[in-house]
Design a protein around this ligand. Structure first.
Ligand SMILES: Cc1cc2nc3c(=O)[nH]c(=O)nc-3n(C[C@H](O)[C@H](O)[C@H](O)COP(=O)(O)OP(=O)(O)OC[C@H]3O[C@@H](n4cnc5c(N)ncnc54)[C@H](O)[C@@H]3O)c2cc1C
Length: 334
C-alpha cells in the first residue's frame, strides 16, 4: 500500500500523515491476517516475505526534509518513523521509503541508513533506486555495501526507472544545472539492466524487487536470477494497481512472485500521483503506450534497443532557455 501524500509544509500535516501510516499498518495487518496461506508468495530464499508492505514518502513525514535543512529534516523523519518501524516489526510488516525527486535523493538514502543501522534485525526495510539517475549505479553499490556491513536482515531494494523525469529535466534546464537524469531512454533501460545484474548478484544481502510495467525489464530481471541459479521466487516483481493489467495476469500465469502496489488515500493528495501516471503513460517513450495504445508487436518491444549502451557523460551545461548564458551552477542538494 502506498499512502498518497506529497511534501508537507507544516508539522501538523506531517503528524497527520504519520498517524495515517500507523493506522494503515494496523488495518492492513488485520485484514491480511485473515488471508489463506500461500507459501509460494510468502517465502523467498531468505525467509518469510511480509504480506503487509507500506510505502511512505519521506517529504510527507518531515516538512524540512530538503537539502538546505537536511539535519533537521532527517531528525524529524527519523522521529516520526521510529514508532512506525517498531510497530511494523511487531506485525511482521515491511516499510519502504519511496524515492522522490533528486533534491532529496541523498537525504533519503541517509534516512535508510540511519534507520537500518538502528534496527539491523528488522522490520523488513525497503529502499528504492531510480535507474534514470546517472548516480544510481554508484548509489546502489554503496547501498549494497552498507547493507552487507550493517544489516542482519536483508535490505529490500526496489529498482525502478524513476517517476520524475519531466520535473528533473525541466528544473535542471531552468536552473542551468547538469541534468541528473539520462536524456535518452535507451540509457535508462541499459542502466536498469546493469543495476538489475548487480542486485541479483548480491541477492541475500539485498532482496531484489523490480518495479516496472515494461516486459523486457521484468523479463531481464527474471533471466538474471535464473542465470545465477536462483529460483524465480528470489525476485519480487512489483506493478502498480490498475496499470498494464495484462502484464499482471501474464506474470501470475508464469508463476512469478508479483506484488501489486496500490495507492490509498484521498483524491486531492493523490493528484500529483495521478499526474505522474498520466505523464508516464502518455510519454512517447512509454512501454505501456507503445504496447497497449499503439499495439506494437511484443517481439519488437523486447528486442534489445540499439544505440548507446553505456551511459553517456552528462552534457554540461544544459542548454538554457531564452538565450541566457550557461553558468556552472550546482543543484542545491546536500
Ligand atoms: C511498484 C512500483 C513502485 C514504484 N515506486 C517508485 C518510486 O518510489 N519512485 C519513483 O521515482 N518511481 C517509482 N515508480 C515508477 C517508475 O519509476 C516508473 O516511472 C514507471 O514504472 C515507468 O517505468 P517502466 O519501466 O514501467 O516503463 P518504461 O516505459 O520502460 O519506462 C518509462 C520510464 O523511462 C524513463 N524515461 C522516459 N523518457 C526518458 C528519456 N528521454 N531519457 C531517459 N529516461 C527516460 C522514465 O523513468 C520513465 O518513467 C514505481 C513503479 C512501480 C511499478
Amino acid at each position: 500500500m502506498d499512502l498518497l501524500g506529497e511534501h508537507t509544509v507544516t508539522t501538523a500535516e506531517a503528524d497527520r500523515y504519520a498517524a495515517r501510516v500507523a493506522d494503515l499498518l494496523e488495518i492492513f495487518a488485520g485484514a491480511a491476517g485473515t488471508w489463506p496461506d500461500d507459501p509460494h508468495l510468502e517465502r523467498d530464499p531468505w525467509g518469510p516475505v511480509p504480506r503487509v508492505g507500506v510505502s511512505v514518502k519521506p517529504t510527507a513525514l518531515a516538512p524540512r526534509f530538503g537539502p538546505l535543512t537536511a539535519e533537521e529534516g532527517l531528525d524529524e523523519a527519523v522521529t516520526r518513523l521510529r514508532p512506525i518501524l517498531a510497530r511494523a516489526r511487531e506485525l511482521g510488516a515491511a516499510v519502504t521509503l519511496d524515492m522522490e525527486h533528486y533534491g532529496v535523493k541523498d537525504l533519503t538514502l541517509e534516512l535508510v541508513s540511519r534507520l537500518g543501522s538502528e534496527l539491523p534485525d528488522g522490520p523488513v526495510l525497503g529502499a528504492v533506486v531510480q535507474a534514470y539517475l546517472r548516480d544510481s549505479y554508484g548509489d546502489l553499490l554503496r547501498l549494497v555495501e552498507w547493507a552487507e556491513r550493517t544489516r542482519r536482515a536483508p535490505l529490500q531494494v526496489r529498482l525502478v526507472k524513476g517517476a520524475y523525469w519531466d520535473t528533473e529535466t525541466v528544473v535542471a534546464r531552468a536552473e542551468g544545472w547538469v541534468s541528473p537524469v539520462f536524456e535518452d531512454k535507451r540509457e535508462t533501460d541499459a542502466n536498469f539492466e546493469r543495476c538489475a545484474r548487480l542486485l541479483v548478484a548480491r541477492a541475500g544481502v539485498v532482496r531484489p524487487a523490480f518495479g516496472s510495467h515494461n516486459v523486457r525489464s521484468l523479463a531481464y530481471a527474471v533471466a538474471c536470477a535464473r542465470a545465477r541459479g536462483l529460483h524465480d521466487g528470489a525476485v519480487e516483481l512489483q506493478l502498480l494497481h490498475g496499470m498494464a493489467e495484462p502484464v499482471h495476469a501474464a506474470l501470475r500465469r508464469l508463476g512469478l512472485r508479483v506484488r501489486v502496489y496500490a495507492p490509498v488515500g484521498e483524491l486531492v493528495p493523490g493528484m500529483a500521483y495521478l499526474v505522474r501516471r498520466l505523464l508516464e503513460n502518455t510519454s512517447n517513450e512509454s512501454f505501456i503506450r507503445h504496447r497497449f495504445v499503439q499495439g506494437e508487436a511484443l517481439e519488437s518491444l523486447v528486442r534489445p534497443r540499439g544505440g548507446r549502451r553505456a551511459p553517456s557523460p552528462a552534457r554540461f551545461p544544459t542548454p538554457c532557455p531564452n538565450g541566457r548564458r550557461p553558468t556552472r551552477r550546482r543543484p542545491d542538494r546536500s
